[in-house]
Design a protein around this ligand. Structure first.
Ligand code: F6R
Length: 266
């Protein structure tokens, strides 16, 4: 794991955006894995800025989102499709027919819908760079604690903690789904690169368990210890429970020299 500790959430977003822009410049048909939630919003703002100011081109990008709520129409304001449209897709020149979120409707067996999403990712050549956030309970995507470390896209029931954490986004009268279709942990580990962003003190415990804890379904993000190219980008608050911060800061400085000399390795 490469652990990068930065001053504040804006720097975390800036760093993540540089990875994406680098990928776009290196690959003719990049495949991005995207996340929703509060953390990547500032990353998407940076990408929109890059598009508007530097004409960063998204026209050849294919994207796959981590998850979508169960039984929620794409045009519902709470759907993750709507979140992505409002925060990114409608503001850049991506071809929206190449943007994918898992389907999770009542028409078809959810297990078939999950497998179809896996096929779509495989047929696109796999994900080059997967963006992740982390839940306060260590989830990635909606792989809640106890998720199989070799899980694939499937329907998951959300934990009380996740429902409570996300209730801030729903009006009191609004229906909050308690299930979601999510990429599995094995699906995430298949991505060539993963970049996890975490900001704020409320993530510090989960971040420490992910990096220093045992590899365990108790903290699904700990599965990233198995990934060959996992980049963890943290602000100071999210890093605050890590014991060996000085080492990460020093190692990252050395790493930056390599990036300056040779560019990002993607
Ligand atoms: C979002 C997702 C979740 C979030 C996590 C953190 O697509 O899969 O794993 O990344 O719940 O959410 P925020 O960023 O709102 O704290």
């Amino acid at each position: 794991m490469q652990v990068i500790i930065l001053e504040n959430p804006q720097q975390v977003a800036q760093h993540a955006s540089e990875w994406i822009v680098e990928l776009l410049s290196k690959k003719a048909h990049p495949v991005l894995g995207l996340a929703t939630g509060s953390t990547p919003i500032s990353l998407y703002q940076k990408l929109v800025q890059r598009h508007q100011q530097d004409q960063t081109d998204f026209s050849h990008v294919t994207s796959f989102n981590l998850d979508e709520y169960h039984n929620i129409e794409a045009d519902n304001k709470q759907s993750y499709r709507m979140f992505m449209k409002q925060n990114l897709f409608d503001k850049i020149n991506i071809d929206q027919t190449n943007t994918h979120l898992p389907t999770c409707n009542l028409i078809q067996d959810p297990r078939v819908q999950g497998m179809a999403y896996e096929d779509k990712i495989r047929n696109a050549g796999g994900i080059d760079l997967q963006i992740l956030g982390i839940g306060g309970n260590g989830h990635i995507g909606f792989n809640e604690p106890s998720s199989s470390l070799s899980s694939r896209t499937r329907l998951k029931t959300l934990t009380k903690q996740t429902l409570q954490d996300n209730s801030r986004l729903f009006d009191s009268a609004e229906y909050q789904p308690s299930m979601a279709m999510t990429m599995g942990i094995a699906t995430i580990l298949d991505a060539k690169y993963v970049l996890l962003m975490a900001t704020g003190k409320n993530k510090a415990k989960a971040v420490n368990e992910m990096i220093n804890g045992p590899l365990s379904a108790r903290c699904p993000a700990s599965a990233l210890q198995l990934h060959q190219h996992a980049v963890i980008v943290l602000d100071k608050d999210a890093a605050s429970e890590l014991s060996n911060q000085e080492y990460y800061i020093w190692a990252n400085r050395e790493h930056q020299k390599i990036n300056q000399d040779y560019g990002f390795f993607l």
